[in-house]
Each structure stands twice: as C-alpha cells, then as structure tokens.
Design a protein around this ligand. Structure first.
Ligand code: NDP
Ligand code: 2IT
Length: 449
C-alpha cells in the first residue's frame, strides 16, 4: 500500500510538471490513478506499456479563434477547443460546453473522464470534449446562431461520423445543436450523424434529452436495490436547473420521491412541500424558454431563495449534484453526512471535491461517481449514432429499456470491481477499473502508438 501511495504521488508530480496550473485536470487524473496504479501493481504488462502515462496525455488538442458579430455590430473574439483524448475503442465522442469559465484544464479533465465513462457504457466510443469561453447568457438567439456558425466553421475540419461526434453539455442544448448541425450541413453539403442530441426532425434519438438525468436516478435506484431499499418516499436534494437537473427531478418524482431543491449560479430554492410535476413544468419553461433565473421560482411559489449558496445545508436523503464541477466541498459533504444523507449520484461531471468523496466513503455512504452515474446521456448518444448509421429511428419504449439495462450493467460492473473486504462498495474504484480495462486492453493490442 505504501509503495502504491508513493507511486501515485510520483505519477501526479510528473503530471503537474507537464501540465502546470491545470488543477481540474490534475484532480481528475489523480482520482483515476489512485484506483488504477494499485490495480496494475501485479499486472506488469500495463506498466511496461506505460498505459496510464499514455492515457494522461490527450491524443491531440485543437485550439482555434472564433469571431462573430454581436447585435450592436461589435466584433467579438472567443476561443474554441476540441480535446480528442482517446479513440482506442471507437470514434471520439463527448460534449461541447459554452461557458465563460471554460479553460483548457476543464476540457482536458472532461475529455479524460469521458474516455472511461464511454468505455463503461459498453458501446464503441472514444473520449473527447470541446467548447468555448462564449457566454450564451443574455445573448439574443441571433447572436447565439452567429457564434455557433462561426464555431462550427472551424470545428467541421476536425469532426466526422467515424472520427469525432460532439454533443451538448453546459450551455449547449437543443437550440445550439440545431445551429451547429445546420452549419455543418451547409459547409459540407452532407447530412451525416456528426452530432448527437439532434432534434427529432433531423436524426435525433428518442429520450436523448431525458437520458442523463434519468440515468443518474437509475444508478441511485440500483445502489438502493442492493441495500433492499428504494427511492419511493425519500427526500432529494438536486443542484442545477438545466437539462440534467430537470430530468433527474422528473424521474425522482415518477418514482415517488420528494424533490426539495433546485439551483443555478445565483443561488438555490428550497421548497419544503416538494417540487411536484406542475412546479417542475414551471421550472422547465422558466429555464428553457424564458431563460430566467431560479430565484423567480421563490416569488412564484412563496418559498425561500438562498442567494449565492448551494443546497447542501438542507437535510435530505438522496443527493444529486447536477450543475457543475467541484460544487460539493469537503465541509459540505460533512454537513450532508451529519444531516443523515444516504446516497449520492453525480449527475454533473466531477461535482464532488476529492476531500468530499473521501468523507462520503469514510462514512460508508453510497457514492456513485459521475463517470458511472451520468453515463446514460452518452450511452443514448451512442444509440443515436447507431440509429443514424442504419438511417432509422427506434421506438421510444425500446430506448427506455436499453437505457435502464445499460445503467444496471454499469452499476453491476462497478459493484463487482469496487467491493471492499468489509462489504462496502467503492463505486469510484469500481468505475475506474471497469472503465480502464477495456481501453487499456485495446491499447495493448495496438502496440506502441
Ligand atoms: P445546462 O446548461 O442545461 O445546465 C447547467 C446548470 O448548472 C444551470 O442551472 C447552471 O446555472 C448551473 N451551473 C453551470 N455552471 C455553474 C457554476 N459554475 N456554478 C453554479 N451553477 C452552475 O447543462 P447540463 O444540465 O447539460 O449539465 C450539467 C452538468 O451535467 C455538467 O457538469 C455537465 O458536464 C454534466 N453532464 C451533462 C450531460 C448532458 O447530457 N447534458 C451528460 C453528462 C454530464 P446558470 O443557468 O445560472 O448558468
Ligand atoms: O459529459 C457528457 O457525458 C456529455 N456531456 C454527453 C456527451 C455525449 O456525447 O452525449
């Protein structure tokens, strides 16, 4: 064990030296290396072939300028990125994020995570991520369209149905995917499955919109089933109020749970009576159509809005962080534990700081890490790619069942690799090892690349 700890520290110090200042990337690689280096201790071939070292260097990174004109006629300059992390088990696949805090470090962590997540789905997809520091908030639809067209003009050189297939993420939803797909079609004069999350009129898949949120709840359900428990009657804390939060809430409500909170970057609302179906419809309209703030919910339904705070001070049984990275600090994790939470399923990518994860695991609380818990989204993206290749659309019932089955398989796979000697399941370790093995074995097959 001591030897492993030293190896991990040595490995990470090299990573930090080569990638200075990229804190999110260091964090994501550390989380994986801490599971993988001990796992490969008695597997010399992975060490000799430097699999973990090669996996912590993306295949390539593309950085480009994106210019567009705002409604006042000002020329604006943004930075665009695509991090193609690893395509050992399939074409590069992963979302695009448009948010002012986007940095190379954030996209490198997301692309790295995506490689393991996509492997866990069991579908043939490599890992990638991209995006821009463009802020869609407060922009007109015309401005968003012009930005998307300019972004795709450059990105189109680097993607393709068998090469790299982007999708949505923070700030990139149905509207942006429409503009991006339209511009690619115009540039290439081809109609191919180069993006997922498309509208149903132009090659989208049933339930892709719902898949991430539903999947995170299915993961929670599976963890509870193993404890002879269920979601019914539980109170739920949800952060965020975008795509993932909305559908996590919808599924929790369908399964008989009571959703207490929602948030955005300005603060959170707490509704002690529960956010029911009708109140959720209000949030969906507020966020997706009116592009308003979650504080408006507090005025509409006469509940409290906590400005500048996150929902983790409220007591609740089940926790679904669905906003962004590093949104549960170690102190907040301790508060959740003290208030009696049972389980966490991460809808967002890497929402819990390392110290928070350690606190949950020490308290033997069920903890499903993002690469497993939110894999339902990219899994249905993979199924959208299959449908596009075959030029057909499958029935919704079929996809609902496939998503449910995939989440169950991911759960079982993580549980198998993550079971500790005292019976506690370390889902983080399980997800890392299960995700790593398939990618690593493909890399071994290719020799030195
Ligand atoms: P959306 O853009 O639809 O929603 C994002 C939500 O998170 C908004 O409520 C937003 O608030 C809030 N948020 C974003 N950044 C911050 C921040 N820095 N601090 C506080 N709140 C913030 O994105 P999604 O729902 O698609 O994505 C949410 C998370 O889920 C991300 O981590 C994403 O990577 C992950 N994910 C998404 C998948 C998908 O299929 N969409 C798949 C797998 C993971 P505001 O409106 O104020 O910005
Ligand atoms: O983080 C993620 O898994 C996503 N944003 C979805 C990626 C995809 O290709 O559907």
């Amino acid at each position: 064990m001591q030897a492993s700890l030293e190896k991990i520290e040595h490995f990470i110090s090299g990573l930090k030296r080569r990638n200075p200042g990229e804190h999110e990337f260091h964090q994501a690689v550390y989380e994986v290396a801490a599971s993988i280096l001990p796992f490969i201790e008695d597997k010399p071939i992975y060490q000799k072939m430097q699999i973990m070292e090669r996996l912590s260097e993306p295949d390539r990174i593309i950085i480009f300028r994106v210019c567009w004109e705002d409604d006042e006629g000002n020329i604006r300059t943004q930075r665009g990125y695509r991090v193609q992390h690893n395509n050992s088990i399939g074409p590069y696949k992963g979302g695009l994020r448009f948010h002012p805090n986007v940095t190379l470090s954030i996209l490198k962590f997301l692309a790295f995570e995506q490689t393991f997540k996509n492997s866990l789905t069991g579908l043939p997809m490599g890992g990638a991520k991209g995006g821009s520091d463009f802020n869609p908030k407060g922009k007109s639809s015309g401005e968003v369209m012009r930005f998307c067209q300019s972004f795709m003009t450059e990105l189109s050189r680097h993607i393709g149905a068998n090469k790299d297939v982007p999708a949505g993420d923070i700030g990139v939803g149905a509207r942006e995917i429409g503009y991006l797909f339209g511009q690619h079609k115009r540039l290439t004069n081809e109609f191919t499955g180069i993006l997922t999350g498309k509208g149903m009129e132009f090659g989208g898949s049933p339930i892709r919109t719902e898949a991430t949120g539903y999947g995170a709840v299915y993961m929670m359900e599976e963890m509870l089933i193993l404890k002879a428990d269920s979601i019914e009657g539980k109170t739920c804390l949800i952060s965020g109020s975008g795509n993932v939060a909305q559908y996590a809430a919808e599924k929790c409500i369908q399964l008989g749970a009571k959703v207490l909170t929602f948030s955005d970057s300005s603060g959170f609302i707490y509704d002690p009576n529960g956010i029911d179906k009708d109140k959720l419809a209000y949030i969906v309209d507020l966020k997706n159509n009116k592009r308003g703030r979650i504080s408006e919910y507090a005025n509409e339904f006469g509940v409290e809005f906590y400005e500048g705070q996150r929902p983790w001070s409220i007591p609740g049984d089940l926790v679904f962080p669905c906003a962004t990275q590093n949104e549960i600090s170690p102190e907040e994790a301790e508060t959740l534990i003290k208030n009696g939470c049972i389980a966490i399923s991460e809808g967002a990518n890497m929402p819990t700081e390392l110290g928070g994860i350690r606190a949950f695991q020490k308290a033997k609380i069920l903890f499903a890490p993002s690469k497993a818990a939110n894999a339902g989204g990219v899994a249905v993206s993979g199924l959208e790619m299959s449908q596009n290749s075959a030029r057909i659309t499958w029935k919704e019932e079929e996809l609902q069942k496939l998503l449910r089955d995939i989440m169950q398989k991911i759960h079982n796979n993580c549980a198998e690799y993550g079971r500790e000697s005292d019976g506690y399941i370390n889902y983080l370790k399980g997800a890392n090892i299960a995700g790593f093995t398939k990618v690593a074995d493909a890399m071994l097959a290719y020799g030195v690349l």
